[in-house]
Ligand binder design. Structure first.
Ligand code: ADP
Length: 295
C-alpha cells in the first residue's frame, strides 16, 4: 500500500512526495523576518476585518480583489479565515489543491487572480479545524511566508472575524501593511463591534484605511423600491464618530449573493455592482496614497 499524502491524506495522490505538510506548529511571533522576505515583492497589503461573522467580510475582500484585478493590477487574495474559509466557495474552487515547488506553495489562479485559502489544505469541504491559538498562528505564519506570490500590486487578506488570536496574528505578522478595511452591516448590533475592531487596530498601531457598510438597504429588482432591511447609514455614522474614513456602502444584491453562493464569483456582475465596488476601491487607493505621503 502506498504512503498516505501528508497534505491531502489520500493514498492515491500522485504528488505525495512533492507536498510538504502544512505544519500546525506554534508560531514564533518574535521572528517575522521570513514573512517580510516572502512578501517583499508585494507593493500593497490590505487586511479586511470585521467585528463579527456574516457581515460580508469575505465577499468584500473577494470583490475588492476582483475589481483591482479587473482594473489591470496584479492581485493576490489570501483567505486566513481558518474556521470558515469562504473564498473557494465564492470562486467555485472547492476541489483545487495548490501545487508545491521547492517547498513553496503556488497559489491557485482564476483568471489573473492568485488565491490561497485554508480550505485548500483541508481533507474535505466539511472538515473542521480544531486547533488551539498557537497552532492557528503557526498556519497563518506559513501562509504569510511560504506562498510564492511573486510580484503583486495588491494582496488582499481576508482575516478571521473578531479581535481574537487569529486576526491578531495576521495584523502582527505582516510587515509594512497598508492597513485595515473594516466591514460592517448598518444596524447597531453590528456597528458596536466596529468600535472593537477599530480599538483593536489602534491598540496594535495598525492603520485603519476605512469602513465599508455592507447590506446597506435592498433595492427590489421588481418595483425598484429601496427597503432598509438592516437600516442604512450606521457604517458612515461610525466612521464619523471614530474619525476614520468611510469607503462606501454596498446594497443587498440578490444576484451578488446567488453568484457567490453558486461559486460563479463576480463574472456575471453588471455595471451597477462593479460601480459600487469601484467607488470603494477608488477611495481605498486615495487613502493608501495619502498615508504613504504622510509617512
Ligand atoms: P463573512 O465573511 O463576514 O462571514 P460572507 O462574505 O461569507 O460574510 O457573507 C455572508 C453571506 O452574505 C454570503 O451568503 C454572501 O453571499 C452574502 N452577502 C454578503 N454581502 C452581500 C450583499 N451585499 N448582498 C447580498 N448578499 C450578500
Amino acid at each position: 500500500m502506498s504512503e498516505e499524502c501528508k497534505a491531502c491524506s489520500s493514498r492515491t495522490c500522485s504528488s505525495a512526495e512533492k507536498k510538504p505538510p502544512m505544519n500546525a506548529v506554534p508560531a514564533n511571533h518574535d521572528d517575522n523576518s521570513g514573512v517580510g522576505k516572502a512578501m517583499s515583492g508585494i507593493r500593497h497589503k490590505i487586511v479586511v476585518l470585521s467585528g463579527k461573522g456574516g457581515v460580508g467580510k469575505s465577499t468584500v475582500a473577494a470583490a475588492l480583489a476582483w475589481r483591482f484585478s479587473a482594473n489591470g493590477h496584479k492581485v493576490g487574495l489570501l483567505d486566513t479565515d481558518i474556521h470558515g474559509p469562504s473564498i473557494p466557495v465564492i470562486f467555485g474552487l472547492h476541489d483545487e489543491k495548490p501545487a508545491f515547488e521547492n517547498e513553496r506553495i503556488i497559489p491557485v489562479e482564476i483568471g489573473d487572480l492568485k488565491i490561497i485559502s485554508t480550505a485548500f489544505f483541508l481533507k474535505s469541504r466539511t472538515d473542521s479545524v480544531i486547533w488551539r491559538g498557537p497552532m492557528k498562528a503557526g498556519i497563518i505564519k506559513q501562509f504569510l511566508q511560504d506562498v510564492e506570490w511573486g510580484e503583486l500590486d495588491y494582496l488582499i487578506i481576508d482575516s478571521p472575524p473578531g479581535t481574537g488570536d487569529e486576526p491578531l496574528s495576521v495584523c502582527q505578522m505582516i510587515p509594512d501593511a497598508d492597513g485595515a478595511v473594516v466591514v460592517t452591516t448598518p444596524q447597531n448590533l453590528s456597528t458596536a463591534d466596529v468600535h472593537r475592531s477599530i480599538d483593536f487596530c489602534r491598540k496594535l498601531k495598525f492603520p485603519i484605511l476605512g469602513i465599508v457598510e455592507n447590506m446597506s438597504g435592498f433595492i427590489c429588482p421588481h418595483c425598484g423600491k429601496n427597503t432598509e432591511i438592516f437600516k442604512t447609514g450606521g457604517g458612515r455614522r461610525m466612521a464619523e464618530l471614530e474619525t476614520v474614513p468611510f469607503l462606501g456602502a454596498i446594497p443587498m444584491n440578490l444576484s451578488l449573493m446567488a453568484s457567490c453562493d453558486d461559486g460563479r464569483g463576480f463574472a456575471g456582475m453588471g455595471a451597477d455592482a462593479a460601480g459600487v465596488f469601484d467607488e470603494i476601491m477608488g477611495n481605498l487607493e486615495k487613502n493608501i496614497q495619502k498615508r504613504r505621503q504622510q509617512k
